[in-house]
Design a protein around this ligand. Sequence first.
Ligand SMILES: [Zn+2]
Length: 274
Amino acid sequence: MPELPEVETVKRTLSELVVGKTISSVTVKWANIIKEPDDTKQFEMLLLNQTIREIRRRGKFLLFECDDVVMVSHLRMEGRYGLYKKDEELTPHTHVIFHFTDGDELRYQDVRKFGTMHIFPKGSEEGGLPLAQLGMEPFSEQFTAEVLQAAFSKTNRKIKVALLDQKTVVGLGNIYVDEALFRARIHPERLAQALSEEELIVLHHAIVTTLQEAVDLGGSSIKSYVNGQGEMGLFQQKLDVYGRKNEPCRQCGTEIVKIVVGGRGTHYCPNCQI
Ligand SMILES: [Zn+2]
């Protein structure tokens, strides 16, 4: 599943490709992806003659800002966008097609069909689900070690689980939680509320720097994920623990271990992380 750095990369590449284009019609081939409005015909109508003015990111969501509406899109497991000419053959798993007045098409492909799209009147998107329940952006000034401390003091969950839920800080998924916890030298099964003030300061710094470095390198590429222009992210080569089971820790040489925490495969160094 793409996490903040991958979604940010998709946002940047898609912005170059489609901002300024005007939608002449929309074809929905798999209705379940459309969550709001209920009716796919209405979804298609709301986007008619709308020009894409900007693409923003909130957490792992892409926000397509148009003249009057905002389309909120989550790629979930395998969703991806690609820009095509209208006469190019449709690839399998193309479920939504945004036809532009200039003859180009933005196609949404999703092998697993878990992705979602919501449309809101412009300006109201933050007030409704799915965005309303999201926590802070990791690169915002409001996100601090104190924010982590306040949120974690009220939970009995393990730190890995607490960081995944998007209610305190957004954008972290399985890869970047494992990487940030490694950098902070914190065992993923530690109870969030048991972390010391010093550990939370280090963890906060690890979250921000891990995500920033990954954004700078275009994200990671795990399984089928590629960015909007079909390029793979370079951060994959920098991963310290994720996907490195039985490989030596880059810090101490101990074999990286894989366990299950909160139902998710979790990688850590049993020597560096306590
Ligand atoms: Zn180690």
